[in-house]
Design a protein around this ligand. Sequence first.
Ligand code: FAD
Length: 478
Amino acid sequence: MIGGGLATVEDPRWPGYRHNIHSFFHRALDQLPWYRELELERRGARYVEPELNVALLLKSGDALCWWTDFDRTAESFAQFSARDAATLKRWRDAFVPILEKILGPEARRPPIDADVRKKTLERTAEGRLLLETSALSPLEFVEREFEHPVVRAGLLFFNGLREVDLRLRGFGHHIPALLASPAKAQMCLGGAARLADALAAAVRESGGEIRTACEPKRIVVERGRVVGVETTEGELIRARFVASSLNPQQTFIDLLESVPAEVRAKAEKFEYNLLAPLFALNLVLKAPPRYRTLDKPFMVILGLERYEQFNEIVRYHEAGRIPPTVMWGACPTLFDPSQAPAGGHTAFMWEKLPYRLQSGHWDQARDAHAGQMLELWTQYAPNLADDTIGWFARTPLDTERSLPNMRYGDLLVGSFANGQVGYDRPFRGAGQYRAPIEGLYLCGSSSHPGGNVTGLPGYNAAQVLLADLGLAEFGPRH
Ligand SMILES: Cc1cc2nc3c(=O)[nH]c(=O)nc-3n(C[C@H](O)[C@H](O)[C@H](O)COP(=O)(O)OP(=O)(O)OC[C@H]3O[C@@H](n4cnc5c(N)ncnc54)[C@H](O)[C@@H]3O)c2cc1C
């Protein structure tokens, strides 16, 4: 199937109800350079950015809200703590130029060596503030800067959604960067798969060919240079270069027959996120979930009351146990009726759960856990008791089964720990999209800037590739 993490499907039991079984929230996607360059809106990928963008709903009915309008967000924070609202504004103002001048451009071009980067950053006040903030972990940053437990929980959860390990030093800047970012959650009209369809149209209109139901058996190397791919059907597709969006184990161990021992060892050591795998509950509905105190929220976070829950969730993951549920999701049809038959609705909730259960197996535990999530959801939106027509659930194991590059259900296709960041992602020597084998390139989420639907690993890889092909005018843009 075309699209990977851009999948919109129907359950044959309830035709016409469309579900986005992998990615759904696409952050400021229509602001990304490739979206404009490939004219994806014209090709059918249109985005909406709902106003009440994110709401952390508490059992009391109070909610911490992120609006597309920053002042409304600050007002919501002030309802919990005036001091935190002031801190929010201060960090947002400090990080707007950092985002515009440093972090944004860094994500959109091939990464540079960490030492060179550090020296460059040390030359400006903004760079120094970025380095100082990065030295902390997200947890340390939030504990140092914010006081209210709900604000702390909201900020950390929101950041954790991006699967950064909240305890990891080197990522303290993620929270102020999020606060400063004008980039809000968006959804693709018609479903996430529409973006894949638009991309496919761009490829075909440029003379490209896309093969589905076609599996690579090996990447073919002749005299030390990659010369093509052989399919499991035995066809040899010759090419000037091969670009792999698969993970390092797939690319370097499964698909390459002979790899230098040092490269193989690095690929073997590539690590995955413990906290990324998701369990998904998808509902088919007669009416949207109705929350007492929220009108048309986009992303809703439920079950999170205290920020200490993070440490508990980590401990449960480490032990392979299911923690008390904290979940988030949306009702896409509130903003896009085309994703269900007239009058009908779809909604989903995701929960971070361990890939491996200490006791039992996901295939047996799936339905019972989905039932518990629905029960909790109904406490916040009581109409679900009457308005649910049906549901289905997917486990972290199901994610890996449909997308094997997401090893261990890691939807980011590789952790940011273990040094796997920037110039060293996936590992030193392959961090600029050129694999250490001539003619082979990397272009998936195991490369900078990492997972989620940003298109940037591919966009950056294309810059490197085109430069290597002598099409310099498309080379890295600094
Ligand atoms: C439940 C869930 C929810 C998510 N929600 C969001 C979200 O809201 N927002 C967001 O931005 N991201 C989200 N993500 C993450 C996002 O989907 C991924 O980070 C993104 O799709 C990774 O892109 P990629 O191109 O690296 O890999 P993929 O999108 O997985 O693409 C890899 C492609 O390679 C194919 N492939 C794998 N192995 C082989 C093989 N051996 N041979 C041939 N082909 C192969 C796959 O079929 C797939 O088509 C979510 C993921 C999941 C699972």
